[in-house]
Design a protein around this ligand. Structure first.
Ligand SMILES: [Zn+2]
Length: 259
């Protein structure tokens, strides 16, 4: 499952291909034919990621809402392109580019009121153009759930997956089972800012890099992390404890991360 930086990177890459242009919209597979007709020829006005969701906004007041899920993919190419394969749920075509979507878990149209309701259902996105940390901090403060659970709850904060969760708690020396209501505002503001910085690096390199080891030109980019999937803590050389929380693997250092 992609973390939020992947979706932001996809949005960033597609904006110059689509925004400000009328979009020929079709559903070669047929399953989104009625939706595609409602958006066909409308001008794309924005591409907005919210957590793992991506919204394409159009000048007729409608938005295309996608969630790629486990199997969904976005393919983009400059024109000319060959005819679409019959698995393509949505094809968006501007004057210069074609974007094909296959296998999305969610593919639907939202009107203005539905879009507003959608935004309210999810916690603020770390990389939103207008950041809204106060809404996430308020929800964390109000909860007795562990911070390790709250960071993965997309209704609290959008876009964080297991790797960013693991790394931020280690970086700030916070035990994952610390209750949200026991964390001070200062540390939560630092957490928001640091997560935002890390995810901006993720967008730039299209890969999760949390340990500051930025790839040099020509180097391959893989994940570069402190403790996720590791056995030894790089700070104290003690063992990394592996456990389960809400059905996901949890890593932490018992010495460096205290309650
Ligand atoms: Zn340690």
């Amino acid at each position: 499952m992609p973390e939020g930086h992947t979706i932001h990177r996809a949005a960033q890459d597609q904006r110059p291909m689509l925004i400000g242009q009328p979009i020929a919209m079709s559903s070669p597979q047929g399953r989104f034919a009625a939706g595609a007709r409602l958006l066909d020829s409308a001008i794309a006005t924005g591409i907005e990621p919210i957590g793992k969701h991506i919204l394409y906004h159009f000048d007729n007041g409608r938005s295309l809402h996608l969630h790629l899920g486990l199997a969904g993919k976005i393919y983009r190419s400059p024109k000319p392109v060959p005819p679409p394969r019959d698995v393509v749920r949505v094809r968006m075509e501007s004057a210069t580019h074609v974007v094909d979507i296959t296998g999305p878990a969610i593919c639907e149209i939202l009107g203005v009121a539905e879009l507003k309701a959608f935004r309210l259902r999810y916690g603020p996105d770390l990389l939103a153009e207008v950041p809204d940390p106060a809404r996430a901090i308020e929800k964390i403060h109000a909860s007795r759930s562990p911070i390790g659970t709250l960071l993965m709850n997309q209704k609290v904060i959008s876009g964080i997956g297991n790797i960013y969760r693991t790394e931020i708690l280690w970086l700030l020396g916070i035990h994952p089972l610390t209750r949200g209501c026991d964390l001070g505002t200062d540390i939560l503001i630092r957490m928001w800012q640091k997560l935002r910085d890390l995810m901006l690096i993720g967008v730039r390199y299209d890969s999760i890099i949390t340990n500051g080891d930025l790839p040099k030109a020509g180097q391959g980019v893989g994940e570069r992390v402190h403790i996720y999937g590791k056995e030894v803590c790089p700070k104290c050389t003690g063992p990394i404890v592996v456990s389960r929380l809400n059905n996901r693997t949890l890593y932490h250092c018992a010495a460096c991360q205290t309650r």
